[in-house]
Ligand binder design. Structure first.
Ligand code: ATP
Ligand code: MG
Length: 464
């Protein structure tokens, strides 16, 4: 990106009035305008839907910009996941312009406009505001609501594009592209941070994280996805404020967890989360198991996430149930050990441990039933796969979750768990034909059992 360095050198002199990276926010200022011939965004790379939304808003005499991840990713030569549009039209006015649109969100109203299979997120410019403002202006008071800890519970104070820029999370997410002259408008030095590959929060980091703790997760997610560093002042308060994530609704947290681990950069994201103390508030029982020195716990998670990333690259399907099953496996193991110590029969202990593990996690990240049920099955099957006799195998072969459970078993073995090569046996069995299978079963006698863990007490094994 040579053009950028030259560009910045050239423009920084005339606009040097407080134009240091630290001045990157709180105060409104005129944008730096990067003309078409000095940036790499071309209309060709913008979706048809986004261009149509912008065109129609502009035809109705509203302002309309492409903003957020779309602009950021295009500048970096990455294909954007989706496109966000910012406008001075109010949500109701946007609704009127687009037949196939609906207003979503209460905390933060946005309009989803559908074009075939594409959804464009259209957001009205927001103003940032502090508590004093809110007190002095009755309308703002009802449109922006904060909790005692400074968290924004509602944020529907509309404003100008300049105000909109500084209420965004990171400088690289606050670049505005317009089809009026195809220029990029930069209010927060975002271009420079793109060039320096830096995630920098807009404004005071602690205040911005208190307003919305999810921004801490977004910082590590973008750092992993873009392979950017997190700027020092942006990173510094995270460890201390990570606990604020426990105040976020478990439904929102579930969505965020999916974004963290299903975006193709799960392994790097997990490592950033560990570095900044962000994993423990989301998965406390797993973090405790890792801290307690449970061998292989972290290895299993890392491998699961690496597999997930690889599958995404290869265009293979992935499921939250499998990822969650891995993320919580160390917690389940810990629970299982505690319950087994009380002398509870194994089949009962498994059920109890699963129940407790899921129930505790629900409080932190929520897990919809359509995912918790398959997770439960993947886990239960870990104790059934080692028990191989003709009758049981027949039942297992009909089980809809056999494949996922088998993959999970392999994952455990690959991460170093010693399971008597059951994985290899299943690999052979699943690829064998009808004639070979009875033979493979005969070779097994006497059947081995017990969840595959050698140290499991014998008494518990025979009872299932
Ligand atoms: P991607 O869609 O690739 O995950 P994105 O940056 O587009 O990344 P979105 O969640 O689509 O992320 O949000 C669009 C834009 O809205 C962001 O780029 C940012 O400007 C703003 N934004 C989103 N979430 C927040 C937040 N919690 N606080 C402040 N601004 C936010
Ligand atoms: Mg986006």
């Amino acid at each position: 990106m040579k053009w950028l360095s030259t560009f910045w050198r050239n423009i920084q002199k005339p606009t040097s009035d407080g134009f240091s990276p630290d001045a990157s926010a709180n105060s409104l200022r005129a944008p730096v305008i990067i003309p078409r011939d000095q940036h790499s965004i071309s209309r060709k790379h913008i979706s048809e839907g986004a261009l149509k939304v912008i065109a129609r808003l502009r035809a109705a005499k509203f302002q309309a910009f492409l903003v957020g991840g779309g602009v950021r990713d295009l500048l970096l030569g990455i294909r954007p996941k989706d496109f966000d549009v910012a406008t001075d039209a109010r949500p109701e006015q946007i609704r009127e312009l687009f037949r196939s649109s609906r207003i979503i969100g209460r905390r933060f109203k946005i309009v989803h406009v559908r074009f075939g299979s594409e959804t464009i997120e259209v957001t009205t410019f927001r103003a940032s505001h502090n508590i004093d403002d809110a007190d002095s202006e009755p309308t703002k008071n009802t449109q922006a609501i904060r909790s005692d800890s400074g968290m924004l519970l509602r944020d529907n104070v509309f404003g100008s594009v300049e105000e909109d820029a500084i209420r965004r999370d990171f400088t690289i997410n606050a670049l505005y592209y317009t089809t009026e002259n195809f220029a990029v408008y930069d209010y927060t030095n975002g271009m420079q941070d793109i060039e320096n590959r830096l995630i920098r929060i807009i404004g005071d980091a602690e205040t911005r994280y208190r307003e919305d703790p999810v921004r801490m997760l977004r910082a590590v997610r973008f750092a992993a996805k873009l392979d950017f560093a997190i700027e020092e002042a942006t990173a510094r308060p995270i460890r201390e404020l990570a606990h604020l994530l426990t105040d976020i609704s478990s439904a929102r947290m579930f969505d965020e967890v999916l974004k963290l681990f299903m975006g193709g950069f799960a392994e790097a994201t997990f490592q950033h989360m560990q570095t900044h103390g962000l994993f423990a508030p989301l998965f406390p029982a797993t973090a405790a198991a890792i801290d307690a020195g449970q061998p292989l716990a972290e290895e299993l998670i890392l491998r699961a996430l690496r597999n997930t990333d690889l599958r995404i690259t290869e265009g293979k399907p992935i499921t939250p149930a499998f990822i969650y099953a891995a993320l919580l496996w160390p917690a389940l193991q810990q629970q299982m050990a505690e319950i087994s110590q009380q002398g509870v029969q194994e089949s009962l202990a498994i059920q109890q441990a699963i129940h407790i593990t899921l129930e505790r996690q629900q409080r932190h990240t929520g897990i919809p039933r359509r995912f918790s049920q398959p997770m439960r099955e993947i886990w239960e099957l870990q104790w059934r796969l080692p028990r191989r006799d003709a009758r049981r195998i027949q039942n297992l072969l009909e089980h809809p979750r056999l494949r996922a459970a088998y993959d999970f078993l392999l994952l455990r073995e690959q991460s170093g768990e010693e399971l008597d090569d059951i994985g290899a046996w299943w690999t052979q069995f699943l690829s064998a034909d009808e004639e070979q299978r009875p033979q493979l079963l005969r070779q097994l006698a006497p059947p081995s059992g017990g969840g595959g863990r050698k140290r499991r007490p014998r008494r518990a094994r025979v009872e299932q």
